[in-house]
Design a protein around this ligand. Structure first.
Ligand code: SF4
Length: 347
């Protein structure tokens, strides 16, 4: 009897990785999924807490894809190791702070380690030639295979017919004829395949699979690095960049202003790590203060906090300033008028 071959599929939660895994499952290969958590994943974060996104389905799309396919999913925390990929990308950044090519190489390399440790035979990704300007081009496909160390154990079922044969094809574990030859940015071939297999509900990622492709998010990360004077970061730092309005009146401190109740409740969890403020005399948002502040800075921050409360038109409002140890004091301030806050303070 021939040996049951096993493949691990990189599952981002999007349609392409789902179709790639399905293509190989259809050939009788045992497939399990792997999803890497970098800290920047879009999955269920701000849209899970913001009221404006209430209508969006709240689910972890990689788990959902695994469930649709009936495969096991391994979610692997790579937060620490990923820092070096983001801080020192050998191939540079994309349009924003997305180091897509290095990221792909890193993830395929992790998958290669995983198949060795778990006695699997090869790796599948949902890559398509020409799909993304930075990481999914004909020229980058061999770079990813080679620099990840996966070489011809890396099979891209959606565009395999446009690429050299890989080991699973040469060995006859998979039938090359039943693989695909999709190229380009059009989603039509993928949608047709999805229809063929009865997948009618799948995630439609806008720009990419993580926050690093987002212009505003990247600007906040650059600001954080500049303020800290280095590029090291902790998970909390990068999670907080996804939440609230960020305002930096001076290089040494910034405010994170909750934009709505859900964000306010989320930020409550950080009151032991940051000085926080809220309006005592009127309803208003929770504000976290990141940095070392003088009395004068605190007064300025309180005036901004007051601007975002319902006392914004009052002559004076009371602002409660809370230290990390829970001690509180109130000060009276005149709220800033909206046009008094310089645009360049908004990150
Ligand atoms: S979008 Fe983000 S997670 Fe996806 S390849 Fe690029 S850097 Fe990596």
């Amino acid at each position: 009897m021939s040996k049951q071959r096993k493949a691990v599929a990189l599952i981002s939660g999007g349609l392409d990785s789902m179709l790639a895994a399905k293509t190989i499952l259809e050939q009788g290969i045992h497939v399990e999924g792997i999803n890497f958590f970098t800290g920047f994943c879009v999955e269920g974060h701000t849209h899970a807490i913001r009221a404006k996104d209430k209508a969006k389905v709240k689910r972890n799309n990689s788990l959902w894809v695994a469930e649709q396919l009936g495969i096991k999913l391994h979610i692997v925390d790579v937060i620490e190791e990923y820092k070096n990929v983001l801080i020192n990308p050998k191939h540079g950044y994309g349009q924003h702070l997305n180091p897509c090519l290095d990221c792909k190489i890193f993830m395929v390399n992790k998958a290669k380690q995983w198949i060795v440790e778990n006695d699997f035979d090869f790796i599948i990704t949902g890559e398509v030639i020409g799909q993304r300007p930075m990481s999914q081009r004909k020229a980058t496909m061999p770079i990813i295979s080679k620099q990840s160390g996966a070489d011809d154990l890396l099979l891209r079922p959606l565009c395999a017919k446009n690429l050299p044969e890989t080991l699973p094809e040469r060995e006859g574990w998979v039938d090359r004829e039943k693989l695909h030859d999709i190229t380009g940015r059009s989603r039509k071939p993928q949608m047709a395949l999805a229809e063929q297999w009865g997948f009618d509900d799948y995630a439609q990622p806008a720009g990419g699979c993580c926050f690093l492709t987002d212009k505003n998010y990247s600007a906040k990360l650059v600001d954080l690095w500049q303020a800290h004077g280095h590029k090291e970061y902790e998970l909390d730092d990068v999670m907080l960049l996804k939440v609230g309005r960020h305002i930096r009146p001076a290089p040494h401190f910034k405010l994170i202003v909750a934009r709505e109740e859900g964000e306010g409740r989320f930020l409550q969890g950080y009151k032991k790590q940051f000085i926080s403020m809220n309006c005592a005399s009127h309803p208003g948002p929770l504000v976290l203060i990141d940095g070392e502040l003088s009395a004068e800075d605190l007064y300025l921050a309180a005036r901004i906090a007051a601007r975002y409360g319902q006392g914004r038109d009052a002559e004076q409002v009371d602002i409660t300033i809370r230290q990390q140890d829970g001690s509180e004091r109130n000060i009276q301030v005149t709220p800033f008028k909206i046009d008094e806050i310089p645009q360049e303070w908004y990150i």
